[in-house]
Design a protein around this ligand. Structure first.
Ligand SMILES: Cc1cc2nc3c(=O)[nH]c(=O)nc-3n(C[C@H](O)[C@H](O)[C@H](O)COP(=O)(O)OP(=O)(O)OC[C@H]3O[C@@H](n4cnc5c(N)ncnc54)[C@H](O)[C@@H]3O)c2cc1C
Length: 318
C-alpha cells in the first residue's frame, strides 16, 4: 500500500477559520463533471460571505494564486492539478428566495433547482436551460444557454467579492453578455444574483421544458462523463460538432477518452480517461478542422492548470 506523508498546511491558512476545514491536495477529479483532474494545493468551501471574505484576504495577503469553481461542469483540469487556492461555492451558498417575479439566488444554487422552483412559482423564461448542469455562479460566468434561452436574459443584478474580500454589486447595465461569455472580472467571485422572470402559462412552460429535455437526450451522450460542448459554434449556421464530424473524427479514441460518436462536440470520459487523453483529442479536433475546413475553433470549456502555451499549437490560446 502506498501511504503518502501528510501534507502540512501552508502558513497563511493558520489565519483562517472556516466551518468546513479546507482540504489539502484535494483531487479536483472529485469536483468536476469529467471526473478528471489533479489536486488543488488547497481546496476550500466557505459557507458564509464572512468566511469567504476572510479566506480571500488571507490568500491574497500571502500572494497565493486563487481560482474559482462552481460544480466543475464546464472545466477540464490538468492531470497535474492547480497551484494555490481553489474556492468552490457549490454545495454551500445555496439560499434561494422567490418573491413574486423576483428571484434572489446565491451562486451555489444549482441551475436546475432554480429552474424547477421558478416553474413551480409560475415564472418562465428559463425552461430551455433544464438539463444544463452547474451552479448559478458558473452559469452567469459562462452565460449558459440552450435552445435560444440564456441565463443573462432576466438578470437584474449580481453581487461579487473581490480578491481582497470587498463586496461589490453590478446592475444589469454594467455587465455585458454574449455567446458563452460574460464581462465579470476573472478576479471577482459571484456570490449572489437577482433575476426578474416573467410570469407565464405553466402548461406551456412544462411543454417547453419537456421539449428541451427530449432534444438534449436525443442528441447528447448523457450517459458518459463530459463537460458538455468542448468548442463554441463558429457561427449560428456552422456547428462545431458538424465540422468535427465532417472531418471524420467521430468515435476517435485516445486512452479512456472519445470524441463522442453521438455528438462530435463532446469529448467523453469512458471512465479511465486522463486529462491528457481529453486534451489530445481536443487538439486533434481543432487542428483537423482547421486543416480541412480552414475554420479555427475556439474553446467553450475552461481549462485549468495547463502549462502556458499548452493549447497554442492547436490555435486554442487559453
Ligand atoms: C452534459 C452537459 C451538458 C451541458 N450543456 C450545456 C448547455 O446546453 N449550455 C451551456 O451553456 N452549457 C452546458 N454545459 C456546460 C456547463 O454545464 C455550464 O457552462 C454551467 O453553467 C457551468 O456551471 P458550473 O457551476 O459547473 O461552472 P464551472 O464549470 O465550475 O466553472 C465555469 C467557469 O465559471 C467560473 N466560476 C464558477 N463559479 C463561479 C463564481 N461563483 N464566481 C466566479 N467565477 C465562477 C469558473 O472559474 C470557470 O471559469 C453542459 C455540461 C455538461 C456536462
Amino acid at each position: 500500500m502506498n501511504i503518502s506523508a501528510p501534507v502540512a498546511p501552508p502558513q497563511w491558512l493558520s489565519a483562517v477559520s472556516l466551518a468546513t476545514t479546507p482540504l489539502l491536495q484535494e483531487p479536483l477529479s472529485k469536483h468536476t463533471s469529467y471526473g478528471i483532474g489533479g489536486p488543488a494545493e488547497v481546496f476550500a468551501k466557505p459557507t458564509t460571505q464572512a468566511e469567504l471574505a476572510q479566506l480571500l484576504r488571507a490568500a491574497t495577503g500571502a500572494g497565493v494564486p486563487i481560482q474559482f469553481l462552481g460544480s466543475g461542469s464546464n472545466c477540464l483540469v490538468s492531470d497535474t492539478g492547480v497551484k494555490g487556492l481553489m474556492i468552490s461555492l457549490a454545495g454551500a451558498f445555496k439560499q434561494l428566495d422567490i418573491k413574486g417575479s423576483k428571484v434572489v439566488a446565491q451562486s451555489g444554487v444549482m441551475l436546475g433547482h432554480m429552474v424547477k422552483l421558478c416553474l413551480k412559482g409560475g415564472l418562465t423564461g428559463m425552461e430551455s436551460l433544464v438539463g444544463v448542469p452547474g451552479t448559478v455562479g458558473g452559469a452567469l460566468i459562462m452565460n449558459a444557454g440552450a435552445f435560444g434561452g440564456e441565463i443573462s436574459m432576466y438578470l437584474e443584478r449580481a453581487a461579487v467579492l473581490t480578491l481582497k474580500g470587498e463586496a461589490k454589486e453590478y446592475g444589469r447595465d454594467e455587465l455585458s453578455f454574449s455567446y458563452r461569455e460574460s464581462s465579470f472580472a476573472g478576479d471577482e467571485i459571484i456570490i449572489e444574483a437577482t433575476f426578474n422572470f416573467p410570469e407565464g402559462d405553466t402548461d406551456e412552460s412544462a411543454t417547453r421544458k419537456a421539449e428541451a429535455s427530449a432534444r438534449r437526450k436525443a442528441s447528447q451522450p448523457l450517459t458518459f462523463r463530459s463537460a458538455g460542448s468542448v468548442f463554441k459554434n463558429p457561427s449560428s449556421g456552422m456547428a462545431a460538432g458538424m465540422l468535427i464530424d465532417q472531418a471524420g473524427l467521430k468515435g476517435t479514441r485516445r486512452g479512456g477518452a472519445e470524441i463522442s460518436s453521438k455528438h462530435a462536440n463532446f469529448v467523453i470520459n469512458h471512465g479511465s480517461a486522463s486529462s491528457d487523453d481529453v486534451a489530445h483529442l481536443i487538439k486533434l479536433a481543432a487542428k483537423t478542422v482547421k486543416e480541412q475546413h480552414g475554420v479555427q475553433l475556439e474553446l467553450e470549456i475552461r481549462t485549468l492548470g495547463f502549462e502556458p502555451g499548452f493549447w497554442e499549437e492547436a490555435g486554442l490560446g487559453k
